[in-house]
Design a protein around this ligand. Sequence first.
Ligand SMILES: *[C@@H]1O[C@H](CO)[C@@H](O)[C@H](O)[C@H]1NC(C)=O
Ligand SMILES: *[C@@H]1O[C@H](CO)[C@@H](O)[C@H](O)[C@H]1NC(C)=O
Ligand SMILES: *[C@@H]1O[C@H](CO)[C@@H](O)[C@H](O)[C@H]1NC(C)=O
Ligand SMILES: *[C@@H]1O[C@H](CO)[C@@H](O)[C@H](O)[C@H]1NC(C)=O
Ligand SMILES: *[C@@H]1O[C@H](CO)[C@@H](O)[C@H](O)[C@H]1NC(C)=O
Length: 411
Amino acid sequence: MLLSSVFLLALVAQGLMLDNGLLRTPPMGWLAWERFRCNTDCEADPKNCISEQLFMEMADRLAQDGWRDMGYTYLNIDDCWIGGRDDNGRLVPDLKRFPHGIAFLADYAHSLGLKLGIYEDLGNMTCMGYPGTTLDKVVPDAQTFAEWKVDMLKLDGCFSTRKERAQGYPKMAAALNATGRPIAFSCSWPAYEGGLPPKVNYSLLADSCNLWRNYDDIQDSWSSVLSILDWFVKHQDILQPAAGPGHWNDPDMLLIGNFGLSFEQARAQMALWTVLAAPLFMSTDLRTISAQNTDILQNPLMIKINQDPLGIQGRRILKEKSNIEVFMRPLSGEASALVFFSRRTDMPYHFHSSLARLNFTSSKVYEVQNVYSGDIISGLRCETNFTVTINPSGVVMWYVYPIKNLKIPQQ
Ligand SMILES: *[C@@H]1O[C@H](CO)[C@@H](O)[C@H](O)[C@H]1NC(C)=O
Ligand SMILES: *[C@@H]1O[C@H](CO)[C@@H](O)[C@H](O)[C@H]1NC(C)=O
Ligand SMILES: *[C@@H]1O[C@H](CO)[C@@H](O)[C@H](O)[C@H]1NC(C)=O
Ligand SMILES: *[C@@H]1O[C@H](CO)[C@@H](O)[C@H](O)[C@H]1NC(C)=O
Ligand SMILES: *[C@@H]1O[C@H](CO)[C@@H](O)[C@H](O)[C@H]1NC(C)=O
């Protein structure tokens, strides 16, 4: 025990980056928690309880309804799957709700071209009271997940101390690596430390984790989206540089398709999460999702922006007295994404600006594609004035790119 902590400290001291080659772009998929929570009552609610049937049905939808082909490949279990530990201390699922076991579910996901994510908690218990991964269980639990052919682990932090987390998260990273199976590692570590330095060392975090929850759980309401967004913006000078290929801030799941957001708000969450280079984990019932919400989530240009290979997180660059805010994310190919966001509550607002006023400086000529409407605006120069009309609690999102081949052939 002492020996292994000394070894880990030595690894940390050498600044060994997490180098599992995974999640070079933000992960995309489906995660059970926000929509299905800890509903374990399969007798009263068989279609919606946390069970292998729910995950198999979502896997079918991911594979058949275009999701997987757009990049939504992770099928992720959250809390409330555990039945206990066997005589050898190995985790076992609740066999009433997961009668064929997790390895079966992983095979099922893999057979459809999907990946399976699982959940545990570094501590005495999971947040909902199921057996947790205490420090002595880190290595065997990592081995169990690898034997089951799991592809991602979300490790929560309920019922742990600060000291246990400081040991346990790097220890799990090392244990996952030692299994030899590539397993993406989602840490809730910073969320349990308040999300900010000096308690959180973001470069240390990136040595262990592929993504991390920084802040509160999302709930099915616009006010929850705003509270998360406000926190991310307030601390963007700290958070923005922490993200990059292989290591992402996670503002939590997309609510789109559920009950709390209007159409405009659903579009706004998708656009804002995309400029933040956030993981795109849906948590909604894919068996009944509307065509309108599917269109928001399956917008090809939106996904291309979210998955931009540079992996630069965007920032809020402007906050106007009019309650209009502008977010910008630099993209590959000298392109960028702009999100014009209205916090107004009256009526569509005509926002006047120019690329120069958003600090674009080049003498290039740009073209803009409106991400939601598909409209193209051509011939935009930095000094060209434009007007965008933004609905209350809505966005206008632009993909801005220089028009190439403008050079006049030399005589
Ligand atoms: C384990 O870590 C080493 C060194 O950082 C890396 O080269 C290797 O790909 C990792 N393996 C897995 C399975 O994560
Ligand atoms: C975990 O359980 C041990 C043993 O019961 C107890 O001493 C410890 O205080 C618990 N830790 C937390 C953070 O709840
Ligand atoms: C954060 O951790 C890194 C190791 O990844 C270390 O080099 C650095 O000194 C730490 N920063 C602070 C402020 O402790
Ligand atoms: C533009 O740059 C100036 C000077 O660095 C800065 O004060 C201003 O906030 C920037 N505006 C935007 C919209 O980025
Ligand atoms: C753009 O609008 C600003 C402010 O309204 C104005 O001062 C400027 O002359 C306009 N520029 C052009 C090129 O029309």
